[in-house]
Design a protein around this ligand. Structure first.
Ligand SMILES: Cc1cc2nc3c(=O)[nH]c(=O)nc-3n(C[C@H](O)[C@H](O)[C@H](O)COP(=O)(O)OP(=O)(O)OC[C@H]3O[C@@H](n4cnc5c(N)ncnc54)[C@H](O)[C@@H]3O)c2cc1C
Length: 254
């Protein structure tokens, strides 16, 4: 059976939402996951809805938040090669650094922040960084929700239009620390810890410990978590890494 039955490129959000109301339609941000999956033969086939003509690729400061359009590429956030958007204002250093750590560079220039949030990959450094930056996820037609809630609920067929992070110039960057352990230094970490301190507040997020990155209690980081065990590391090894890496990053910020 054919897999991709049709390609749509809506020019308004309402049109995109209407198209995505059908169960066999799938949004494409950068397409790094959605396009290869669309090629997999299915009984019913899939129709792809490309979000690139909706004007969701801007970054603006709105009040005390930096609003990053869903179609902003990770390469643009990272400030690495091939800027598709030359008007990106100063992105907090932690977010820039973590965006640089995602994916190979070729895919980074394609992958979008909206797709990253919608997918909620457990290993994503960037999602952990966004969690400690108090990120809100903007969905078409409703009030923004916290990134935590978005990852728990899995935004599904709703269209992510933007994410916004706390932003007050350099003051809102706070002090940050990251640590991760992978099979090799270049490999995606099995578990990573990302911490940010602003004044008295300390936020800590972990990757590799749950279906998506999670905010955890800095005093008891592995509490309540049931990490998967796989060829990269057993559940107990992941718990050990979570405790050790968390102590390292929170110690750095003490
Ligand atoms: C080789 C390779 C390496 C990878 N490495 C990493 C990695 O290091 N870290 C990591 O986190 N991920 C990784 N991934 C997974 C994935 O590429 C990234 O999460 C990427 O950021 C997804 O972004 P995208 O814009 O390409 O999403 P797409 O492929 O376009 O979409 C992904 C999902 O999100 C949905 N979606 C996209 N945009 C929106 C939107 N605006 N609103 C609602 N739903 C939307 C799509 O329907 C689809 O279900 C990797 C993938 C590959 C192929």
């Amino acid at each position: 059976m054919p897999s991709v039955l049709a390609y749509h490129r809506p020019t308004t959000l309402d049109e995109a939402v209407d198209l995505l109301a059908e169960p066999n339609r799938r949004a494409i941000g950068g397409g790094t996951v959605a396009v290869p999956e669309g090629r997999t033969p299915t009984d019913d086939g899939v129709e792809l809805v490309d979000l690139q003509a909706l004007g969701l690729d801007g970054v603006t400061v709105q009040g005390d938040r930096l609003v990053i359009g869903a179609m902003v590429r990770l390469g643009d956030l990272a400030g690495t090669s091939t800027p598709t958007n030359p008007d990106i204002p100063d992105i907090p250093e932690l977010i820039r650094d973590l965006a640089k750590r995602e994916l190979p560079s070729t895919l980074r220039n394609q992958a979008t922040i909206g797709g990253t949030v919608a997918l909620g990959d457990s290993d994503s450094w960037l999602l952990a960084g966004l969690l400690v930056h108090g990120t809100q996820v903007h969905l078409h037609g409703q009030e923004p929700i916290s990134l935590e809630q978005s990852l728990e609920e899995c935004v599904g067929a709703r269209v992510v239009t933007a994410v916004s992070i706390e932003f007050d110039g350099e003051a809102s960057e706070g002090r940050t620390a990251i640590a991760g352990t992978g099979r090799t230094p270049a490999d995606v970490p099995i578990v990573a810890a990302v911490a940010r301190r602003t004044g008295d507040q300390l936020r800590l997020a972990l990757t590799g410990m749950a279906p998506s990155p999670v905010l955890v209690d800095p005093t008891d980081p592995a509490a309540g978590l049931e990490p998967p065990g796989d060829f990269r590391g057993s559940a107990s090894y992941r718990r050990h890494l979570a405790t050790t890496l968390s102590a390292r990053v929170t110690g750095e910020l003490a």
